[in-house]
Design a protein around this ligand. Structure first.
Ligand code: NAI
Length: 248
């Protein structure tokens, strides 16, 4: 018996990277997982692998920026698994670092970015909270970043928004027995990080961290499962840095 036996969970952005690690770990602890992502090819293969390993997972395509798509994935989850107990709002995009100046970023670009990285978590939460309440309560984890506390352009601005959203939603949903927390990872070794962050910059970041190494996707899993689980039954509205000592 795992901590999530028979619990139904949606993990957004679960087709690769940290989200895929969350989906796998949750399935290992007995959860019925919806691997929700824009990328159907990678998402299908994560769900198939979990199933091949003996877990329960299905893929659902979602664009978290679109409220109708968020509602569709909630309805799909209820149809597949009979209800929803938990949500992990992990999907995000990194954006073009060359445009990352608030005074000059084109509005269209900025709005599309915020629609995924900030509104996406709210869209998904609005789509699922009544189902979680109906199931007797549960919990939500939002994926923030240490970028919220450091100088990080509009990516950091969106993640600071995620922190505020976490506190506000914890306040609004507490009476429905729904806890809402966030994880703020430090620089983590994923395909996305490797493709966008120059190596020299990574070296510089690592030097500033107490533990002198990048995080791994597995480093993130313990915090996510803790915050989602009943082990954190009296924890809500918190942002937990999991960052190898980058920010303190
Ligand atoms: P990633 O790029 O590997 O994975 C993100 C996933 O989100 C992808 O599968 C992508 O297809 C999906 N996605 C993008 N837009 C979407 C949309 N509109 N609707 C649905 N799915 C969408 O990213 P990674 O590195 O695994 O990061 C995961 C989360 O952790 C993100 O929220 C990121 O901001 C956060 N984070 C990552 C850090 C890192 O160093 N990798 C550090 C701090 C935070």
């Amino acid at each position: 018996m795992g901590r999530f036996t028979d619990r139904s969970i949606i993990v957004t952005g679960a087709a690769r990277g940290i989200g895929a690690a969350y989906a796998r770990a949750l399935a290992t602890e007995g959860a019925k997982v919806v691997v929700a992502d824009l990328n159907s090819e990678l998402g299908e293969s994560v769900a198939k692998q979990i199933t091949a390993d003996g877990g329960t997972a299905v893929f659902a395509q979602v664009d978290v920026a679109d409220p109708a798509s968020a509602k569709a994935v909630a309805d799909f989850t209820v149809a597949q698994f009979g209800g929803i107990h938990h949500l992990v709002n992990n999907a995000a995009i990194y954006g073009d670092m060359k445009l990352d100046i608030l005074l000059t970023v084109p509005w269209d670009y900025y709005k599309k970015f915020m629609a995924v990285n900030l509104d996406g978590a709210l869209n998904m939460t609005r789509a699922v909270y009544k189902h979680i309440a109906k199931a007797g309560g549960g919990s939500i984890v939002n994926q923030s970043s240490t970028a919220a506390w450091t100088y990080s352009g509009f990516y950091g601005l969106a993640k600071a928004g995620i922190n505020s959203l976490t506190q506000q939603l914890a306040h609004e949903l507490g009476h429905s027995k729904i806890r809402v927390n966030a994880i703020a990872p430090g620089p983590t070794d994923t395909e996305a990080t490797r493709s966008i962050v120059p190596e020299q910059f990574v070296d510089q970041l690592v030097k500033q961290m107490a533990l002198k190494r990048l995080g791994t996707t597995e480093d993130m899993v313990g915090a996510c499962l803790y915050l989602l689980s009943d082990d954190a039954a009296w924890v809500t509205g918190q942002v937990l840095n999991v960052d190898g000592g980058q920010v303190f």
